[in-house]
Design a protein around this ligand. Sequence first.
Ligand SMILES: Nc1nc2c(ncn2[C@@H]2O[C@H](COP(=O)(O)OP(=O)(O)O)[C@@H](O)[C@H]2O)c(=O)[nH]1
Ligand SMILES: [Mg+2]
Length: 222
Amino acid sequence: MAQIKVPVVQNILQVNERLAAQNRKRFDDAGIFVINLMSSPGAGKTSLLEKTVDALSGEFNMAVIEGDLQTACDAERIQRKGVRAIQINTEGGCHLDGNMIQIALRELDLEGLDLLVIENVGNLVCPAEFNLGEHEKVMIHSVTEGDEKPLKYPLMFQICSVLLVNKIDLLPYVDCSLEAIRRASRQLNAGQRILEISCRTGQGLESWFAWLRERIQERKKP
Ligand SMILES: Nc1nc2c(ncn2[C@@H]2O[C@H](COP(=O)(O)OP(=O)(O)O)[C@@H](O)[C@H]2O)c(=O)[nH]1
Ligand SMILES: [Mg+2]
């Protein structure tokens, strides 16, 4: 029994890769920069999106796809700010996949968009395995989660080109070393960009916005 498990999983991943490649082509054709935003539950993904919408929605046309097991709370948080948000409910599924994004894209007009952020289901394991067609994988790790998580969830830290260490306003109250996070994550991904931020105070967010602006401009069609 155990022997057939691996091929089945590989087959699922191969099918997903095909769908992700189709999504990527649509994003490239439309000249949109697309991010797959991942973290454990509560690390601050929607908070970061709210701040990002506040800072950049005057400059760029943005949309958000929200992935959650249940509820439309996160999409409503984004929509309240006047930005288009589509909620996917996975009904128990612990990650988004390429097919779910294709279904969500039926509801979204890509023409004229500059930035699409996909907030994945809160989970440090399965979302790391499933490409969605995004250009960049970005993760948030909050200081309240401790500093050993890169060692426990190496794939997630390894595949993300940007690591946002969030909730640094809480550093005085938790046992967490920023240096330990940096060291462990860089061992897995030497070229990773690591930004220390607080969505509460706004500290460090200018560097995040600057990175986004550059990437959006690179992708924009002339
Ligand atoms: N102190 C503090 N709390 C934060 C920060 N960012 C987010 N939070 C809080 O963390 C909780 C979860 O945030 P949310 O954005 O919903 O996380 P998500 O589940 O990853 O989307 C909320 O109560 C936020 O107000 C931060 O930088 N500092
Ligand atoms: Mg959220």
